[in-house]
Design a protein around this ligand. Sequence first.
Ligand code: VAH
Length: 327
Amino acid sequence: MTVETETILVTGASGQIGSELVPALRKIFGPDKVIASDVAEPALSLKNSGPFERLDVTSREDLARAIKNHRVKAIYHLAAILSATGEKFPQKAWEVNINGLYNVLEASRELGVKQIFCPSSIAVFGPATPRINTPQDTILSPTTIYGVTKVAGEHLADYYVKKYNLDVRGCRFPGIISNETLPGGGTTDYAVAIFYEAIIHRKYTCFLKPETRLPMMYMPDCLKSIIQLMAADFSRLKHHSNFNVTAMSFSAAELAAEIKKHLPDFSIDYRPDFRQAIADSWPESIDDRAAREEWDWQPDYDLPRMTADMLRILGEKQKQGKLTYPG
Ligand code: VAH
């Protein structure tokens, strides 16, 4: 049941998911009801579309001040260091992903925040986990610090549900593909960069092997899963912060072939780097029956539909001279 919120606080609002979740939530609850926040200076579009706070989630004081000042009753906690960046800066990943989450949970407990969304990731799984149709309840043996923080985060969040009856919910997201804000520091980021490179250069050098198959989801489905899970009847939920969700699985070669159906002169070559070992430790496909049974999860986008939409939107942006891409 969605708590009638005085306001909603979104942390990590400048990130890949946050930059699209904020507008989606503002459409539902009203622009002034959703406080966007990030440790970094926001894009103008975000800054000029409603309340924004510079917020470092590793500072308990920062967090408590923002919650009190804005009478926050729900937090969508997206601030995180992703898998590839985490391997470069493991201590920073722990500081942001775990101490940041701990601060959110403690501040919520102390200040009466009613509902928290904190995403987990398929990165919680590791080489010992069944890779095909990975079960909801299975071995969690991550090989990345990102995955370690997400396993610890799931257990910490579930502890707060049981110990303090805090309403904490989360999904184990697969790779997310989007066309608003470039992702930063993820292993699945190839599946975003490939579209920009295909449109701009008609070629792409992929940092994973062609046969690397990973679970993926298009951003509209990611936003739908967050909004739907947070609106679900709490009493139906048997799981809380760790729902498996997915929409599709594909290999880098299958994605390239789908793009080539639209751009026949697109070409790809493969130069695997350190992110290959991360991808190899993750599942190929996910069993998301628990989400379907407990809160009616159902994705809308498969590979062909997502590819067509990504190329249409990015092609439009290029025509309008608005396609910004550092690659
Ligand atoms: C990453 N995009 O690549 C994130 C995600 C499942 C992958 O958690 O690190």
